[in-house]
Ligand binder design. Structure first.
Ligand code: UD1
Length: 367
C-alpha cells in the first residue's frame, strides 16, 4: 500500500512524527508532501530535525497568502503530484488550509482520503479551521476521530459509517518527548530573556486571527498579559509579531518577555518548567493537559472540551473585561486534584491509524 501524508503547518508536523514512525514499522510505502504553508525554520525545519521525521519527498513551496490563494495554490500544485504517484490513500491532518486542499485534490482524483483528527467542532463559523474541518470530514472516505466527543459530532452529521475512533496521535508524541526530556533530568528550558525558570512563570502563545487581527482586541489581550503579577514567557508566532508591528503595539512590556516559537522538545520542557499556560492554541491546550499544567484559553470555546470538563482548562474569552485580581487568580489557580483519565487515548493512536487504514477498502468501507 502506498500512502501520501499531506502536511504544511506546524501542528501537522507534530502529528506526522508518530504516524511516519508507525508506517516505517510496516511494509507500506509512506510519502510526505509538504505544502510549504509554514516555511520559517521555527515553524517547520526544526520539527523535521527534532522529531526525526524523514525529509519531505515533495515540497510544494506555496507560502503565505489569503485563504483562497493559499488553498488554491496547494490544489494547483498537488494535482500533478497525485497524478504521478497514484497513492492508495491520501492522509490529511487537522484543520488547516493544507488539509482542505489536500482532501479536495485527492477526492476529485478518486483517491481515497483519510482525515486524521476528524470530528472536532468549535461551532464557531468565524474560524477558518471550522470551515476546513467540516468540509474535509464531509469529503473524506475515512474519518479517524481522536475522541468519543468527535465520534458523536460525526454521528450527528450522518458520518458514522466512515468514522473510527483512533485516539489522538498528539498523545503518542507528547508523552514520548516528555519521557525523553525527563530522562535527561529536565534540562534548563530555553526561555525568553528575563524569565527565571527557578521561579513561577506562565507560558503564553497567541496566534488566532480573532485575537491578533483586530487592533483593539490585540491591545486589550496584551495589556491583560502585561499587567499580571507573574512573569509571562510569550512565544510569539510570526502572525502575532506581524500584527503587533502593524498596529504599533509593543509585545515586550510589563510582565511579558517575548521569545520565538520553540522546537517541540524545548516546548515540552518549557511547559513542564512553567506554573501554567495561557493560550489560544488547540495543540498547546492539550499538551498542557497531558503534561498536567493548568491552562487558561483566551477563546469563547474549545474543540478540546475534555480539558475543560476535567478542570484543567478554563475559557476566558475576554480577560480585559474581568476584574484584574480575578484574572490573575484564574491564570495562577491551583491544579485540580482528581485524576482526569485518558480521554485522548493511551499513546498508541498512530498504530491504530495504520491498522484502521489497512482494514478499509478503496471506498473507505471495512474490507
Ligand atoms: C495556521 C492554521 C492554524 C494553525 C496554525 C499553527 C489555517 C487556516 N490556519 O495558522 O489552524 O493553528 O497554522 O501555527 O491553515 N507566517 C510566517 N512564516 C511562516 C508561516 C506564516 O511569517 O512560516 C506569517 C505570515 O505573515 C502569514 C501568517 O503568518 O500570513 C499566517 O500564516 P498562515 O499559514 O496563513 O496561518 P497561521 O496563522 O500560521
Amino acid at each position: 500500500m502506498k500512502v501520501i501524508s499531506i502536511v504544511g503547518a506546524r501542528p501537522q508536523l507534530v502529528k506526522l512524527a508518530p504516524v511516519s514512525a508507525a508506517f516505517a514499522d510496516t511494509e507500506h510505502e509512506h510519502l510526505i508532501v509538504h505544502t510549504g504553508q509554514h516555511y520559517d525554520a521555527d515553524l517547520s525545519d526544526v520539527f523535521f530535525d527534532g522529531l526525526g521525521i524523514p525529509d519531505p519527498d515533495v515540497h510544494l513551496g506555496v507560502g503565505s497568502g489569503s485563504h483562497g490563494a493559499q488553498t488554491g495554490s496547494v490544489l494547483l500544485a498537488l494535482d500533478p503530484v497525485l497524478e504521478r504517484e497514484k497513492p492508495d490513500w491520501v492522509l490529511v491532518y487537522g484543520d488547516t488550509n493544507s488539509t482542505i486542499a489536500g482532501a479536495l485534490s485527492a477526492v476529485k482524483m478518486h483517491i481515497p482520503v483519510a482525515h486524521l483528527e476528524a470530528g472536532l467542532r468549535s461551532f464557531n463559523r468565524r474560524m477558518p479551521e471550522e470551515h476546513n474541518r467540516v468540509l474535509t470530514d464531509h469529503c473524506a472516505d475515512l474519518l479517524l476521530a481522536p475522541t468519543e466527543e468527535a465520534m458523536r459530532h460525526l454521528a450527528a452529521e450522518g458520518l458514522s459509517d466512515r468514522s473510527e475512533l483512533a485516539g489522538d496521535v498528539m498523545v503518542d508524541i507528547c508523552l514520548r518527548i516528555r519521557d525523553a526530556v525527563l530522562a535527561e533530568g529536565l534540562p534548563a528550558p530555553v526561555l525568553p530573556g528575563g524569565i527565571d525558570p527557578a521561579r513561577p512563570f506562565l507560558l503564553a502563545t497567541l496566534h488566532r486571527p480573532d485575537n491578533t487581527d483586530d487592533p483593539g482586541r490585540l491591545a486589550a489581550l496584551l495589556e491583560s498579559l502585561a499587567s499580571l503579577p507573574v512573569p509571562v514567557a510569550l512565544l510569539a508566532h510570526p502572525r502575532l509579531v506581524a500584527r503587533a508591528e502593524e498596529h504599533g503595539l509593543e509585545l515586550d512590556r510589563g510582565s511579558v518577555h517575548v521569545g520565538r516559537p520553540l522546537p517541540y522538545a524545548d516546548l515540552v520542557a518549557a511547559v513542564l518548567a512553567s506554573s501554567g499556560v495561557v493560550t489560544d492554541s488547540g495543540g498547546l491546550q492539550k499538551e498542557a493537559f497531558l503534561l498536567r499544567r493548568t491552562t487558561t484559553t483566551v477563546r469563547p470555546e474549545t474543540e478540546w472540551v475534555e480539558t475543560v470538563d476535567t478542570g484543567w482548562n478554563v475559557l476566558v474569552p475576554d480577560p480585559h473585561a474581568m476584574d484584574p485580581d480575578a484574572w490573575a487568580g484564574t491564570v495562577t489557580r491551583a491544579a485540580p486534584t482528581a485524576d482526569p483519565g485518558t480521554p485522548y487515548g493511551d499513546g498508541h493512536a498512530a498504530k491504530n491509524v495504520v491498522r484502521i487504514i489497512e482494514g478499509r477498502d478503496a471506498k473507505g468501507r471495512r474490507a
